[in-house]
Design a protein around this ligand. Structure first.
Ligand code: DGL
Length: 280
């Protein structure tokens, strides 16, 4: 599993940054934890706020206008309240739809998450790449541009797999993953023309690495997976080079939906170092 999909930040960081200023990671649900995991490895001392727009989950079945409005509105309010040093949109759907717009309005460096088509194109031997994303992500012009730029001489087969978002959320809650959801995603790629020649699959949704083991079983040993988490963490580390960190309060998870966060969820969040949970 390798990675290198990220997009450049929008502005240069100020010379001096408050050491307590957090890095804010944003997703519709728990998918961004796959990015947080890599950020922890790269920047273990960095204070983090993990924000999940669970009231808007899933993004993948929403319209572009709905996703853009939620992402811009929430990030506007969150950056005002928490003054992060950097925002990472740890969600392919939100990034491919709203990254440009959010960068235009927020005065904080923003790192996006975009499908790892470039590394996949370098990895494939058969020249046939599968791409699993949300339904909203796979129809974006952003993905067309990445395909054109990096995989123009390859075959890229796309499939929108909302069931995998469901499976990943269930797994994080400690519930069993429905094997039919996994099988369906694998078959939907395999059954497309040339699908039998896929040797590399882009996990173009931050939720999907959470079910990579299940996907690997469904696709078989000859298929390799690629996603952007390590590349994003490297990009964040690069953009914050030379900055000091001081964690003065335990790291925080924000949820936008009403109601208590299930215990199983809270236990998992604690494993990612998110020891406080609040509603936003
Ligand atoms: N984790 C998100 C992504 O990377 C999307 C999941 C959803 O809300 O549909 O695209």
């Amino acid at each position: 599993m390798t990675s290198a999909a990220y997009s450049a930040a929008n502005c240069t960081l100020p010379a001096s940054v408050d050491p307590a200023a957090p890095i804010l990671l944003f997703d519709s649900g728990v998918g961004g934890l796959t990015v947080l995991e890599e950020v922890r490895k790269a920047l273990p001392l960095a204070p983090v706020i993990y924000a999940a727009d669970t009231a808007g989950l899933p993004y993948g079945t929403k319209t572009e206008a709905q996703v853009a409005a939620r992402v811009a509105g929430l990030l506007g309010r969150m950056t005002e309240r928490f003054r992060p040093r950097l925002v990472c949109i740890a969600c392919n759907t939100a990034s491919t739809i709203a990254l440009g717009m959010v960068r235009e309005v927020l005065e904080v460096p923003i790192v996006g998450t975009v499908p790892a088509i470039k590394p996949a194109a370098a990895m494939t031997r058969t020249g046939v790449i599968g791409l699993l994303g949300t339904e909203a992500t796979i129809r974006q012009a952003y993905v067309d541009r990445l395909e054109h730029e990096f995989a123009g001489d390859k075959r890229l087969l796309r499939h929108g797999a909302p069931g995998l978002v469901e499976a990943a959320e269930a797994k994080l809650r400690g519930e069993p993953v429905d094997p039919a959801l996994i099988r369906h995603a694998a078959e939907a790629l395999r059954m497309q023309p040339d699908g039998d020649r896929i040797d590399t699959v882009v996990l173009a949704c931050t939720h999907f690495p959470l079910v990579e083991a299940e996907l690997a079983e469904a696709f078989g040993p000859e298929v390799r997976f690629v996603h952007g988490a390590q590349g994003i963490a490297r990009q964040i580390a690069r953009l914050t080079t030379g900055q000091d960190y001081s964690r003065q309060v335990p790291d925080l998870a924000l949820f936008t939906s009403a109601g208590a966060v299930p215990d199983a969820y809270a236990t998992k969040l604690a494993q990612y170092g998110l020891l406080r949970i609040e509603r936003f």
